[in-house]
Write a protein that binds this ligand. Structure first.
Ligand code: PLP
Length: 363
């Protein structure tokens, strides 16, 4: 099996799996319990927070069920608290549905939502900051796009936005960027299953001094910001996965170069991931072979990739269009996403599979 779909989800690493199992067996207490078992669980949570804060900055962490919940909490929670500072929200046309659909909801509720597409703005960070005005309560932007690997320099963006309006809250969806690119933001969403931890766990970084209102009401856990008994075993798994993470830009860069060199020898290939992209995600289109056909052709060889354009019920997300990629290319786009365990041999097997798919299916 050759798994090249790590932007969809990653294989949990041994360290995370062991931490989850050990915690389930030995530290299964409710972190709210006052006895020793509760205190042990509380310590697991505090340790995981420390690990995440060492990567994200000065502030607090709340653990969630995943990045979808983190971003819903961040955006809805900030909109509620900071509504009096303005009615305008700036975001992008390339967001994951976990952000894009929250924006649609806020628009229905009367907020003005401005969405910028990279194809119209060569200096994307500057354009986003320029769109911020004195009525802008929130800016939400992803650090790395999940379909193409496109990087937004969110450190620069953060500085530019705060210069324009220090009151604007900056939310970053860092699901594909965490541990891969430098991050900055008032609120940062991350997801466990994209970094070799389990599904069902995510986190939201809340910078010191930033307030949000909770999405979930209940027992008041996590300082009232996210009620519900903390999944201490999944939190331990996330902690372990972050500590064990060993993907490097150098290694991914070598694999990407090998993939691109191989693709350049095939006819009718268009690479959709430009230079400003993380090296672990490569999106390309294969002329004359629709995405699903190539995907299943590769699957026959036990090679797993994604169609390059995230689809929902047969409709493309429109994200590739926001990069200026025509529909015809989007229809035949393939996304290859690597992890630290990906090998050169796997890339070579993928290239063989694409060549065979072209010979068999190109029309
Ligand atoms: N944001 C981005 C950029 C993603 O790629 C994904 C998952 O594909 C999500 C958010 C949602 O993350 P989760 O599955 O943890 O809810």
């Amino acid at each position: 099996m050759i798994y090249l779909d790590s932007a969809a989800t990653t294989k949990p690493c041994r360290e995370a799996a062991d931490a989850i199992m050990n915690t389930m067996q030995e530290s299964f207490g409710n972190a709210s319990s006052l006895h020793k078992m509760g205190i042990i669980s509380e310590k697991v949570i505090t340790g995981a927070k420390r690990t995440l804060l060492s990567k994200l900055g000065e502030g607090d962490i709340i653990f969630t069920s995943g990045a979808t919940e983190s971003s819903n909490t961040a955006i809805m929670g900030a909109a509620e608290i900071y509504r009096r500072t303005g009615n305008r929200i700036v975001t992008t046309a390339i967001e994951h549905p976990s952000v894009a659909n929250v924006m649609n909801k806020l628009e229905e509720r009367g907020f003005e939502v401005v969405r910028l597409a990279p194809k119209n703005h060569p200096d994307f960070e500057q354009a986003l900051a320029d769109a911020v005005d004195e009525h802008t309560l929130l800016l939400s932007c992803m650090a790395v796009n999940n379909e193409t690997g496109f990087i937004v320099d969110v450190k620069r963006l953060y500085k530019l936005v705060k210069k324009k309006n220090p009151k604007t809250i900056v939310h970053i969806d860092a699901v594909q960027g965490f541990l891969k690119v430098p991050l900055d933001g008032d609120l940062i969403s991350i997801s466990g299953h994209k970094i070799h931890s389990s599904k069902g766990i995510g986190a939201l970084f809340i910078r010191k001094g930033i307030r949000i209102s909770p999405l979930l009401l209940g027992g008041g856990q996590q300082k009232n910001l996210r009620s519900g008994t903390e999944p201490v075993e999944l939190i331990a798994g996330l902690d372990a996965a972050v500590k064990a993470y060993h993907g490097t830009a150098e290694r991914f860069g070598g694999l990407k170069a090998r993939l691109l060199a191989g693709l350049s020898e095939l006819s009718g290939i268009t690479v959709n991931s430009g230079d400003n992209c993380v090296p672990n995600i490569v999106n390309f289109s294969v002329e004359g072979v629709r995405s699903e056909i190539m995907l299943h052709s590769l699957e026959e060889r036990e090679i797993y990739v994604s169609s390059g354009s995230a689809c929902s019920r047969g409709k493309t997300s429109g994200v590739l269009a926001a990069f200026g990629i025509p529909d015809k290319l989007a229809d035949s786009a393939i996304r290859v996403s690597m992890c630290a365990e990906t090998t050169e041999e796997e890339i070579d097997a993928l290239l063989d599979g694409i060549k065979a798919g072209i010979e068999r299916f190109r029309r």
